[in-house]
Write a protein that binds this ligand. Structure first.
Ligand code: OAD
Length: 237
């Protein structure tokens, strides 16, 4: 199967990667839906990752993000990030809020669900600032408008950043091959990008440790850890 996938890639003019939490799993950043250790098996996403949860208990949300920030700050890019970043021609569309693709050297990264290494004003005055992942801040107010600051990530019920969405949709419409890596493909609208690429004629290569909602759209499905499969897939002759 990997040879078939490599042949498909060799003939491609434009390749896009579309990744989820499984891409960073081997770096020690937990996924959301892999029972029993997936984050949403142990924590209620509506309490920790929604505007309603933040309104109900902002301190709980900020403390939880502080722990996640320390985890991401201590994590290193794994061989899958490095292999993807080594292909400067590939546009990387990711649902991940970590910075591991950037730290591996990737240049064209579109983060659909925002980024965990920044805070922004919850009151939408537009204020944003980088945060220290080794020493993440507690609950604090926006220096510009006194609304609370919150992680610059997309929460359940919130729209995706329009610029990121437009760029991702365009990239998926224009590509010959979409490599779907480590996502359950159940969270929309992001997961809909696989169908966008497929409908526009792209071949779909899926890399995952198990079948997922992306499986029915796959031209080739490669089952195994991304850290092993992606470097083999993208290795130059
Ligand atoms: P999920 O946790 O839903 O899915 C992770 C996928 O990665 C699963 O299909 C696993 O089988 C697969 N996987 C696990 N380890 C892997 C490995 N080493 N190599 C390859 N695949 C592996 O995560 P996402 O699909 O990213 O949203 O979830 C989508 C969104 O739901 C996230 O962006 C987040 C979450 O709620 C927001 O934060 C808005």
């Amino acid at each position: 199967m990997i040879d078939t996938a490599r042949r498909i890639l060799a003939d491609a003019r434009q390749v896009v990667s579309f990744s989820g939490a499984g891409l960073s799993a081997e770096s020690g950043v937990g996924t959301f839906r892999d029972a029993p250790q997936g984050m949403w098996s142990n924590y209620d996403p509506m309490r920790l990752a929604s505007p309603e949860g933040f309104a109900a208990d902002p301190g709980l949300v900020i403390d939880w993000y502080a722990a996640r920030r320390r985890t991401v700050g201590n994590a290193e890019p794994n061989p899958a990030h490095v292999a993807l970043a080594g292909r400067l021609d590939i546009v990387h569309v990711t649902q991940n809020v970590d910075d591991l693709l950037h730290r591996a050297g990737a240049r064209q990264v579109i983060q659909l669900h925002g980024r965990i290494d920044a805070d922004r004003c919850h009151g939408d005055c537009g204020y944003a600032e980088h945060v220290d992942m080794a020493d993440p801040p507690g609950l604090r107010d926006c220096p510009r408008c006194n609304s609370p600051l919150r992680p610059a990530v997309v929460w359940f019920g919130e729209p995706l950043p329009p610029d990121a969405w437009d760029a991702a949709e365009q990239a998926c419409r224009d590509c010959d091959v979409l490599i779907v890596i480590g996502t359950s493909a159940v969270v929309y609208p992001a997961a809909g990008l696989i169908g966008v690429a497929k409908a526009a004629g792209a071949r779909i290569i899926v890399v995952n440790t198990q079948p997922s909602e992306a499986s029915p759209l796959a031209d080739v499905e490669l089952l195994g850890p991304a850290g092993e499969i992606v470097p083999q897939l993208l290795a130059q002759e």
